[in-house]
Design a protein around this ligand. Structure first.
Ligand code: SAH
Ligand code: SF4
Ligand code: F3S
Length: 502
C-alpha cells in the first residue's frame, strides 16, 4: 500500500493490476439513505455528466457503477453489501468496469469494503465527493484502488477534522434533479449531538453551517431554473449558525434572507432538533407566507429513561412544551416524528409511553425504526441490545397501527375542505402502473402536497405540474388525501353555497 497524499485528510491509494481498457461512458448509480444522500447523488451525477458521462438505468449497460451508501441501520449496509455480492463476477467479462462505494458506509468501513468486496475500486467518503470524477478517471487509468475518506472524530483537532469533511455544493445541473420544480439545498453538514445510537456524527463529521450568501445564491440559481420549492437540509437544521459580515445568522435569519427569491413558492426544512426550536424560528415561519406549515422534529422515545440512555438532551416534558409552542404559534402546523423501538432499556412500560406521546402530539406521521446496534457508537459499546428482534417487530407494528389510525382520523378532517397544493407530478401509482393519459381529456393522476406536507392525489392535466392548484378533498387514507380540482364556482361559492367539484 502506498500513501499518495496528506495523511491528515486521509487520501490513500493501494496497488492493483490490469492495464487500461476501453470503456463506455455510461454511469449507473444506486442510492440508499436519507435526503442528504439523494442530494449527494444528484450532484455527483451532475459532475460526472460534465466530464462526459451519461446516466444509464441498467446496471449491465454501464462501465462505471457507483453505490451511494447509508450506515444508519445494519439493514441499509446489508443491502449494499448484497448488491456488491451480486456484481462480484461482473469484471470477468468486463474488466474495464470501475466500481465505487461512496457516502456514509464508505466513511465508516473504509478499507474493510475491499476485504468484503475485493472487486471494488473506489471508496469515497461523504467529505470527498468532489474528488469522484478525478478518482474514477485515475482508477480507470492506473487500475489502482483508491480510498478518499475524512478523519475519524478523535483523530485530530476540531479544525483538522472539520476541514477533512468538505461540503459538496457545486453548480447545479437542472437535468439531474428528480423533479424540475423541487430541489434540496444543503445548509449544514455533520452533527455534533452524538445521540448514543447514531453513526451520523462520525459518517458526516462535525456540524458545519454553509455561508448564508452561498445558500441564497444557490436558491436564486435554482429559482432561475424553474424550481418552485426548496427544502433546506441538515441533520439538525434548526441548529444552523453562521457569522457573515459581522452578522450572526440563525435559521430564522436565513429563511428571511431567501424568502423573497423570485419564483420560489414554498420553503421547507428538515430535520429539526427539539432542543433548538426557538420562538424566533416559529414566529418567523408563521410570518413568512412561503414557509410550509410543517416541522419534522423527531422525539425518538416517549420515556425519559430511554431518552437519557439515548443522550437526546431533553425530557418528554420539554418536548411536549416545545410541541405546545409550535401549536400555539401556528395552530395549523403539522408535526412529524421519528421513533426508535426496542432501544436498549426500552421496557414494555417505556414503549407504552412512546405510544402515549403519539396520542398526545397526534403526529402527522412518524417514521418508526427498530433499534439497530451500530459499531462505533456509544450504545453499541455500552448498552446491551436487550430487546429481541421479534419484540422489536411487535412494537413496530403496534406503533405503526396507532400512528396510521391517528393520521387517518386527522386526514378525515380535510374531507369537504379546499386545500392549496404544489403540483409535483404524476402520482406514484400512475407511474408504477405505467398508465397512459386519458385519450379524450389528456388527464393523468397527479400528486401534490399541501402547505402542511400532506399528500394529495387528484386527476388533472400535466400542464398543472409545478403550479399551485386548489383541490377539494372528498376522501382519505392514513397517508393520502383524495381530491378533485376545484372550479371557480367553488372558490367564490356556488349558488347554493355548496362546493362544486369536477
Ligand atoms: N438528524 C436526524 C435524524 C438522522 S437519522 C435527527 O436527529 O432526528 C434518521 C433516523 O434514523 C433517526 O431519527 C432515528 O430515528 C433513526 N436511527 C438512527 N440511528 C438508528 C439506529 N442505530 N437504529 C435504529 N434507528 C436509528
Ligand atoms: Fe444522529 Fe442525533 Fe445527530 Fe440526529 S441529532 S444525526 S439522531 S446524532
Ligand atoms: Fe444514512 Fe448517512 Fe443519511 S448514515 S441516514 S445516509 S446521513
Amino acid at each position: 500500500m502506498t500513501q499518495t497524499s496528506n495523511e491528515k485528510t486521509g487520501f490513500l491509494a493501494e496497488e492493483e493490476n490490469t492495464g487500461n481498457q476501453p470503456h463506455n461512458n455510461k454511469l449507473f448509480i444506486e442510492t440508499v439513505g436519507c435526503q442528504m444522500n439523494l442530494l449527494d447523488s444528484e450532484l455527483v451525477v451532475g459532475a460526472l455528466r460534465q466530464s462526459g458521462y451519461e446516466l444509464a438505468s441498467d446496471i449491465n449497460e454501464a462501465d462505471t457503477l457507483l453505490f451511494n451508501t447509508c450506515s444508519v441501520r445494519e439493514h441499509a449496509e446489508h443491502k449494499v453489501y448484497s448488491q456488491l455480492g451480486r456484481i462480484k463476477f461482473f469484471k470477468k467479462d468486463r474488466p474495464n468496469l470501475v466500481i465505487g462505494v461512496m457516502g456514509c458506509m464508505a466513511q465508516k468501513d473504509q478499507k474493510l469494503i475491499f476485504k468484503r468486496a475485493p472487486h471494488v475500486d473506489l471508496v469515497v467518503g461523504t467529505g470527498q465527493l468532489a474528488e469522484i470524477p478525478r478518482l474514477v478517471q485515475e482508477a480507470r487509468n492506473d487500475r489502482k484502488r483508491k480510498v478518499a475518506v475524512s478523519l475519524g472524530r478523535k483523530n485530530g483537532s476540531k479544525l483538522e477534522i472539520s476541514s477533512s469533511f468538505q461540503s459538496y455544493d457545486p453548480l447545479r445541473d437542472p437535468e439531474m434533479r428528480p423533479s424540475p420544480y423541487q430541489a434540496f439545498v444543503r445548509i449544514m453538514i455533520g452533527c455534533d449531538k452524538f445521540c448514543t445510537y447514531c453513526v451520523v456524527p462520525s459518517t458526516r463529521g462535525p456540524e458545519q453551517s454553509r455561508p448564508p450568501s452561498d445558500i441564497a445564491s444557490e436558491v436564486k440559481v435554482l429559482a432561475g431554473q424553474g424550481v418552485k420549492e426548496v427544502t433546506l437540509l441538515g441533520q439538525t437544521v434548526n441548529s444552523y449558525k453562521h457569522t457573515e459580515n459581522g452578522k450572526q445568522y440563525r435559521l430564522a435569519d436565513l429563511l428571511e434572507l431567501i424568502h423573497d427569491t423570485n419564483g420560489i413558492d414554498r420553503i421547507k426544512f428538515i430535520t429539526s432538533y427539539p432542543k433548538d426550536m426557538g420562538n424566533d424560528l416559529l414566529t418567523t415561519m408563521r410570518d413568512l407566507p412561503k414557509l410550509s406549515r410543517y416541522i419534522h422534529v423527531p422525539v425518538q422515545s416517549g420515556c425519559n429513561d430511554v431518552l437519557k440512555l439515548m443522550k437526546r438532551g431533553y425530557t418528554v416534558e420539554e418536548y411536549l412544551e416545545m410541541h405546545d409552542r409550535i401549536k400555539e404559534i401556528m395552530p395549523d402546523c403539522a408535526v412529524s416524528s421519528d421513533f426508535i423501538v426496542g432501544h436498549p432499556g426500552e421496557t414494555e412500560e417505556a414503549f407504552q409511553k412512546s405510544l402515549d406521546i403519539i396520542r398526545l402530539c397526534r403526529f402527522k406521521n412518524s417514521f418508526i425504526f427498530k433499534y439497530s446496534p451500530r459499531p462505533g457508537t456509544k450504545a453499541f459499546d455500552k448498552l446491551a441490545d436487550d430487546v429481541p428482534d421479534k419484540e422489536k417487530k411487535r412494537r413496530n407494528n403496534i406503533m405503526l397501527d396507532l400512528q396510521n389510525e391517528i393520521s387517518e382520523e386527522d386526514n378525515y378532517h380535510f374531507i369537504g375542505k379546499e386545500v392549496e397544493v404544489l403540483v409535483e407530478g404524476m402520482s406514484k401509482t400512475f407511474i408504477k402502473k405505467g398508465l397512459e393519459p386519458d385519450s379524450e381529456t389528456q388527464k393523468v393522476q397527479l400528486m401534490g402536497r399541501t402547505k402542511c406536507d400532506r399528500i394529495v392525489v387528484f386527476d388533472g392535466n400535466r400542464r398543472l405540474e409545478g403550479s399551485l392548484a386548489n383541490i377539494g378533498i372528498y376522501d382519505c387514507t392514513p397517508t393520502t388525501l383524495l381530491g378533485m380540482i376545484v372550479t371557480k364556482e367553488f372558490q367564490h361559492g356556488s349558488e347554493e353555497g355548496l362546493p362544486i367539484l369536477h
